[in-house]
Design a protein around this ligand. Structure first.
Ligand code: ADP
Ligand code: MG
Length: 423
């Protein structure tokens, strides 16, 4: 069995890991740490919540050893400001008994403090946009970088950061630089990025894409309409074992509305994060939730990717995400590393189609539970019912262009229509 002391780490790091109560390395850490210590380029692919951050931070802290108080030697690129801060904190915890200094660079917040922080920083963690900006303005020296990490590569590409990442790779001298890349999934685009970025990398791949940690108990409630979802949520949230809940919605407008409802009717301390919120509001929301003063966090997919919050007891998908990747990311907020969790999905008639696709891709059937008897199930309003029918038709037509649809009036096929099929 492997332990942290079996790696060539020093006392400072071992003590810090003790303080963090990291008793043993996670599987990805077991594989990655020795390879990075030996100087290899490494690609690490493992599902979310498996400890990828420490897998690169531990050997990097070891290799940097102590501050040289000059130019930065390590650059870590992450896709969001929340992740910049999260990685910064993680680094500070692991490097707490060293004099190594880290600075986090991210947009949506003043530059002058960050520029000040660059003074004497050994490590930079930041979003590609802000890092490039400060480089272009000559606040940042990058020629001294010896270790470069791209974290959450799949998300970086999803968010359209490829041009900025490529630009950074051009700027930083590749000679004698050690490169590491981490991702929860490996898309064809991510693969292309690794080809440009790494040299003869070791590939550590611990899980196939879309695998769900076994510790997560998955449940679905089939709800006939929107109001039933709201009633069900209210009923579930007032039950006492829901200690720390993240509620996901696809669209920020819906998230805002639900947030207001929850604040009014269930918990005035609830918090929300989504892309449009002010930087400080978002950080505050995460902080309140982490510390436990909020026990309900409402989030959209983009705002929450990679976010690490301990001991989330439940994830509730108020709507079904549009693909399996997003589903896996959402429910990965619970059951992280060595704890257990439950993921509950609310599924309306039109969403069944997506849920079925997700089940196919994750290769498991999500357990359906009956709606508890205390939950009121009102009639579906006609307009809502029509909407579902329309969506279902749309999905069926996408799969089979000949499908005429139960909802739409059947039209005679015009030459224009039949042409469409070939587009
Ligand atoms: P990933 O990047 O793979 O999604 P993180 O690096 O964010 O996962 O880690 C998830 C959580 O696991 C964090 O709270 C982290 O502190 C914790 N963790 C990491 N390594 C260990 C370990 N060896 N033992 C216990 N907890 C760990
Ligand atoms: Mg991560």
């Amino acid at each position: 069995m492997s332990r942290f002391i079996d790696f060539k780490l020093n006392k400072q790091i071992i003590n810090a890991l003790d303080d963090l109560e990291f008793a043993k390395p996670t599987p990805i850490q077991k594989e990655v740490i020795p390879k990075v210590l030996a100087g290899n380029d490494v690609i690490g692919i493992a599902q979310t919540g498996t400890g990828k951050t420490a897998a690169f931070l531990i050997p990097i802290v070891r290799k940097l050893n102590y501050s040289q108080g000059e130019k930065p030697r390590c650059l870590i690129i992450v896709p969001t400001r929340e992740l910049s801060i999260q990685v910064q904190e993680h680094f500070q915890n692991i490097a707490k008994y060293t004099d190594l200094k880290i600075v986090a660079l991210y947009g949506g917040s003043g530059k002058s403090k960050q520029i000040e922080g660059l003074n004497g920083a050994d490590v930079i963690v930041g979003t590609p946009g802000r890092v490039l900006e400060l480089y272009t303005e000559r606040h940042l020296y990058l020629k001294s970088i010896q270790y470069m990490v791209i974290d959450e590569a799949d998300m970086m590409l999803d968010m359209g950061f490829l041009p900025q990442v490529n630009r950074l790779l051009e700027i930083i001298p590749s000679k004698k630089r050690q490169n590491l890349l981490f991702s929860a999934t490996m898309s064809p685009n991510a693969k292309k990025l690794t080809e440009d970025f790494l040299e003869y990398p070791f590939i550590v791949r611990l899980d196939s894409d879309n695998k769900i940690p076994v510790k997560i108990d998955q449940i679905v409630y089939y709800t006939s309409n929107f109001k039933t979802k709201v009633n069900l949520l209210e009923s579930l949230l007032t039950k006492k074992d829901f200690e720390k809940v993240v509620i996901f919605l696809r669209i920020k407008g819906d998230a805002n509305n639900l947030f207001k409802f929850i604040q009014r009717k269930i918990d005035s301390e609830a918090a929300i994060i989504h892309g449009n919120k002010e930087q400080n509001t978002r950080l505050n929301a995460i902080k309140k939730f982490k510390e436990g003063s909020s026990k309900i966090l409402i989030a959209t997919d983009i705002a929450s990717r990679g976010m690490d919050v301990d001991h989330v007891s439940h994830v509730i998908n108020f709507d079904v995400p549009s693909n399996a990747d997003k589903y896996v990311h959402r429910i990965g907020r619970t059951g992280r590393v060595f704890s257990v969790g439950q993921a509950i999905t609310f599924c309306n008639p039109a969403e069944k189609y997506f849920l079925k696709k997700i089940e196919d891709q994750i290769n498991s059937k999500i357990k359906a539970l009956p709606i508890p008897s205390d939950v009121d199930i009102p009639e579906t309003p006609l307009e809502e019912k029509k909407n579902y029918d329309r969506l279902i038709d749309f999905q069926k037509q996408k799969e089979n262009p000949d499908y005429k649809g139960a909802f739409h009036k059947k039209k005679k096929k015009s030459p224009k229509n039949s042409k469409k099929k070939f587009k």
